[in-house]
Ligand binder design. Structure first.
Ligand SMILES: *[C@@H]1O[C@H](CO)[C@@H](O)[C@H](O)[C@H]1NC(C)=O
Ligand SMILES: *[C@@H]1O[C@H](CO)[C@@H](O)[C@H](O)[C@H]1NC(C)=O
Ligand SMILES: *[C@@H]1O[C@H](CO)[C@@H](O)[C@H](O)[C@H]1NC(C)=O
Ligand SMILES: *[C@@H]1O[C@H](CO)[C@@H](O)[C@H](O)[C@H]1NC(C)=O
Length: 419
């Protein structure tokens, strides 16, 4: 139903949106990391001599350290279906780990080490010698993902920075997509498909933060409703991809400066560096590798793909009938009509307005007679009202909370709501 949801958002009008688009310079962790050229003493070395192999979990672990005595741990593993996983954690600190995003906890498969010196380590998934990961000691260390003999993805650690101060736990890293001509992905944005150059163009990085942006601009990299930290690196010959398993606010700088190696630099507000790498080699393969991790959507019903009429808002059931009747009269194909909050009784979801929507069953029968569907919008905010059972029943249990544990309240449609 993504198409339908987007449609509504375009139509919702809200005049209090001036602060939803922040620029990188207004966000402390972003401006700090963006203008933070890591120096030699901060570059990490991968201690290949101290590699630890866990034959039970099939995870290979290497210590990373730098001259500033920051100690990290690199975990590398292969999953089935030409996917690799790379996790970097702090040795003495535990960060928030995302739950419930992956469809299942991925199992690492057996691997073989086919080259090991003090400076280089090459591993393959067991029996699959087309795919390999090569780790070079550094500093800065590097990790390359190769398919056949070509490097596809390069985790370049010269921009690997972990901040673990009291005030935050941001981190940044850089990934190069060697041989790709175009990068795609990240958040919804009303722009051309290819991700734009943000570094040389002197524009803001892409920002992954979901916003309900009425009256959004076109030709803009600014974020809209949904964001997924996935990037596809594509060329006519092949495709590879990455997925950062992290839901914190993120900023991503894109550059095509080096012609054969566009790259993406992630600046992440918090949580864990848990990165999945997809070998491809085709676009279809990468998409399959990605959805093997996060699950697939259900096959949509045919009518959900048709034209949906939505407006904020139809004040009465007669308005709705009139719109649908006219659509029929003028032979305008339409499969569904959406109601925004005005169908409710006093902005309480799960209720009908007794005056203006006095006969919801009759309305639906009328629409059904013309083979149209009715959709009632239920946004994730519940009116604060002690006579409203949904509010009373959810109090203290199901709503988003402030840090102090009390229910969060905000204003939406000029009413106080919980989320
Ligand atoms: C968007 O940008 C392209 C060039 O990148 C330009 O051709 C087009 O007219 C622009 N569209 C709008 C709506 O500004
Ligand atoms: C590998 O891909 C196949 C086909 O898409 C899928 O059925 C299977 O679950 C995947 N394996 C894993 C471990 O994700
Ligand atoms: C009911 O509909 C009338 C228009 O016919 C409108 O003026 C009024 O605001 C509506 N009432 C509610 C509660 O939405
Ligand atoms: C909790 O914090 C919020 C936001 O700062 C505040 O509005 C609310 O009154 C606090 N509640 C309690 C019980 O202290």
């Amino acid at each position: 139903m993504i198409t339908g949801r987007l449609l509504i958002l375009v139509l919702l009008v809200n005049f209090t949106r001036c602060d939803i688009y922040k620029s990188c310079s207004e966000v402390t962790f972003c401006s700090k990391f963006r203008n933070y050229p890591a120096t030699r003493s901060e570059y990490f070395t991968a201690e290949i001599g101290e590699v630890n192999e866990d034959k039970m979990t099939n995870i290979l672990t290497l210590p990373l350290s730098n001259e500033k005595d920051v100690k990290l741990e690199l975990q590398v593993s292969f999953l089935s279906n030409f996917t690799a996983r790379l996790r970097i954690t702090e040795v003495n600190r535990k960060r928030y780990e995302l739950k419930e995003v992956l469809d299942h906890e991925p199992h690492a498969v057996k691997y073989d080490i086919t080259q090991q010196t003090n400076h280089k380590l090459r591993i393959h998934p067991h029996g699959l010698h087309d795919a390999s990961i090569i780790i070079s000691r550094g500093a800065p260390f590097s990790l390359e993902l190769a398919y056949k003999t070509h490097t596809r993805i390069n985790f370049d650690s010269s921009q690997l920075v972990f901040e673990s101060a009291e005030e935050g736990e941001a981190f940044s890293f850089n990934v190069g997509f060697q041989g790709s001509t175009n990068l795609y992905g990240l958040h919804h944005h009303a722009d051309r498909m290819t991700l734009r150059e943000t570094v040389e163009a002197d524009s803001d990085p892409y920002r992954l933060k979901n916003v309900d942006a009425g009256q959004y601009q076109t030709n803009s990299t600014k974020s809209l409703y949904g964001a997924v930290p996935v990037i596809y690196g594509h060329s006519k010959k092949s495709t590879s991809g990455i997925f950062l398993h992290n839901a914190a606010q993120q900023w991503v700088d894109i550059t095509y400066k080096e012609k054969l190696k566009p790259s993406a630099r992630f600046i992440v507000e918090g949580g864990t560096l848990d990165l999945f790498l997809f070998f491809g080699p085709s676009f279809k393969d990468v998409v399959r590798q990605y959805v093997d991790l996060t699950g697939r959507m259900h096959m949509p019903q045919l009518w959900t793909l048709g034209y949906h009429q939505c407006r904020y808002s139809y004040l009465t059931q007669d308005d709705v009938k009139e719109v649908v009747t006219k659509m029929e009269e003028y032979d305008f194909p339409m499969d569904a009509i959406w109601l925004d909050i005005d169908y409710t009784d006093g902005k309480k979801y799960f209720t009908w307005n007794p005056q203006n929507y006095s006969d919801p069953v009759g309305l639906q029968k009328y629409l059904a007679s013309m083979n149209k569907r009715l959709i009632t919008i239920i946004d994730p905010h519940i009116k604060v009202d002690s006579d409203y059972p949904v509010y009373v029943g959810g109090q203290g249990k199901y709503f988003v909370k402030w840090e102090n544990g009390s229910d969060f309240q905000g204003t939406k449609y000029y009413i106080v709501s919980n989320v």
